[in-house]
Design a protein around this ligand. Structure first.
Ligand code: FNR
Length: 357
């Protein structure tokens, strides 16, 4: 877990990754990054993390998850993101920025013209919230691909080591990948190659403008809609030139039928999906979900089941997680709240304020 590893030629000092986690309340008006926001990342870089993936950063004003989401749709945001990047680099962490468009999950307060790969109407019931969207025209689809490419170039100008395309959790890229959502009848829908085309063309486009040394990662679900299909999607990303995969959950965040995990596997189905995707590609894979203790993370690396392990909520609770793990000091535990308090404000996180037992 404390051994160095490379992503292509980018040296990462250990195997622990801070996964992207939105911190909406830190952003000031018009996308200005507050000192508190910079400090949030710097604290965790100082805490010893090898790779920091900056939270979902919107590529287009009309695809936001919240009004005050981090953004890279204009050159004026470059200097803002660079504050976070510099603060993390100062402590030896490498930095990748997650770039994002919410598609049909865009909040109506940021756009009333909500778009998705194809027309979408969802009944409002216990599981679904009644989302609806119109289909993107082919011109709009290409414009959105360019938005991702432009945002990646801005991330490079901000000093970041790379970008991660947010292709998980049912946002725009995940919507293109999912046969449940993507009903397009042109070359961006239908078979798997067509469904991955939106993303693979973005990867190629980013590579063209940023060069070979800029890291391009893809976050993706291992249930898009099943593990077998997700493995094929991962191979397409690798073929297109992705340097790194980060395996999480797909469009269906609460699948009624979970992938089968062998009894001897010690972690949940999301982590299992990551390890299985890793067995089928030749680029580094980050696994994530429910990994809380240094023992769990170390086990995955020692058993050669992952290249990197992302520790999310536990690093929100205790920014010193990595340094403390190295010194075998007690770590403040994440209390696994049903809805993580950090979605509102970290100030009310009960783990953060607890004394270590
Ligand atoms: C998240 N997650 C998330 N994922 C993502 O791809 N982009 C994002 O911006 C966010 N934002 C976010 C905010 C907060 C407050 C939480 C708790 C989670 C999901 C996150 O990256 C991770 O996949 C999950 O938290 C599961 O990992 P842990 O927490 O079990 O280690």
């Amino acid at each position: 877990m404390f051994s160095k590893n490379n992503i292509k030629n980018l040296k990462i000092k250990n195997r622990i990754v801070l996964p992207p986690m939105v911190i909406f309340n830190y952003l000031e008006e018009d996308g200005f990054v507050s000192a508190e926001h910079v400090n949030h990342y710097e604290e965790r870089a100082r805490g010893g993390i090898g790779l920091i993936i900056v939270e979902a950063t919107c590529v287009n004003a009309n695809g936001r998850l919240a009004g005050n989401q981090l953004r890279l749709w204009s050159d004026k945001h470059i200097v803002e993101i660079s504050k976070i990047v510099k603060a993390c680099h100062n402590h030896g962490a490498k930095v990748i920025v997650q770039i994002h468009h919410a598609g049909l999950k865009t909040v109506p307060s940021s756009s009333t013209d909500i778009v998705a790969p194809s027309i979408y109407e969802e009944k409002s019931n216990q599981k679904n919230s009644g989302l609806s969207a119109r289909s993107l025209t082919i011109t709009e689809l290409h414009e959105l691909q360019n938005d991702f490419v432009d945002a990646a170039l801005r991330a490079k100008k901000a000093g970041a080591d790379g970008v991660e395309l947010h292709g998980a959790h049912g946002y725009l890229i995940s919507q293109f990948l999912s046969p449940l959502i993507n009903k397009r009848e042109d070359s961006y829908g239908g078979n798997l190659i067509n469904r991955t085309r939106f993303t693979t063309e973005i990867i190629t486009g980013i590579r063209e403008v940023t060069g070979k040394d800029f890291m391009i990662g893809c976050r993706m679900g291992c249930n898009e809609p099943d593990l077998k299909t997700s493995i094929e999607i991962a191979k397409e990303f690798e073929k297109a030139g992705a340097d790194l995969l980060h395996v999480s959950i797909g469009f269906d965040m609460t699948p009624s039928e979970l992938p089968v995990v062998p009894e001897e596997f010690k972690h949940n189905w999301v982590v299992y999906g990551g390890t299985e995707i890793r067995r089928n590609v030749n680029i580094p894979v980050i696994v994530v979900n429910g990994i809380k203790t240094p023992e769990q993370a170390s086990d995955l690396i020692k058993n050669d089941q992952a290249d990197f392990v992302a520790v999310g909520r536990s690093l929100l609770v205790d920014p010193e997680w990595v340094n403390k793990a190295q010194q075998t000091l007690p770590i403040k535990p994440c209390l696994n709240c049903k809805i993580c308090q950090w979605f509102k404000t970290g100030k009310s996180c009960p783990g953060k304020t607890s004394s270590i037992s």
